[in-house]
Write a protein that binds this ligand. Structure first.
Ligand code: ZN
Length: 150
């Protein structure tokens, strides 16, 4: 079988950051990388899961909700994929930073945490998610579109 595009990125040279993983017509897949692959310890699943809930809730409640296709974790636990449609890169960066700030400052009940709404509702960690979000914000706060290339 052919090697898919995301395996063609040299993961040994990848730093923390936000990158364009691929573009399919009007859909852009962003690689939001929270760890240096194979160098830094990966994230725990509980904070990843909580970030997934909070980030998705935030971006789907903005005026760009119709431009959001997906947000979710990478199986390697070093980052997330964020898919948008017909959204300028600057807006995608802005939304990412806003969603991470929302996560970093979040208090109260995590959205979607019940057996009816989530496939593993017991595995969440808000405190650790907030810490992860703060770490990622340090990397992303001064991102601009020219920096999105691998
Ligand atoms: Zn869930």
């Amino acid at each position: 079988m052919e090697k898919i595009a995301s395996f063609q990125v040299d993961h040994t040279k990848l730093e923390r950051g936000m990158y364009i993983s691929r573009i399919d017509g009007d859909i852009v897949t962003y690689d939001i990388r929270a760890r240096r692959p194979n160098v830094e310890p990966v994230m725990d699943n509980a904070p990843i899961h909580t970030i997934e809930h909070l980030f998705a809730t935030y971006v789907r409640n903005t005026q760009y909700s119709d431009n959001i296709i997906y947000f979710g974790p990478m199986g390697c636990r070093t980052g997330f994929y964020f898919l948008t449609r017909s959204l300028p890169h600057e807006k995608a960066i802005q939304l990412t930073v806003e969603a991470l700030k929302f996560t970093a400052d979040y208090e109260g009940e995590i959205p979607g945490v019940s057996a009816a709404e989530c496939g593993n509702y017991r595995e969440h960690d808000l405190a650790a998610a907030k810490k992860e979000a703060r770490e990622l914000l340090k990397v992303l706060e001064n991102r601009h579109p020219e920096m999105l290339r691998y």
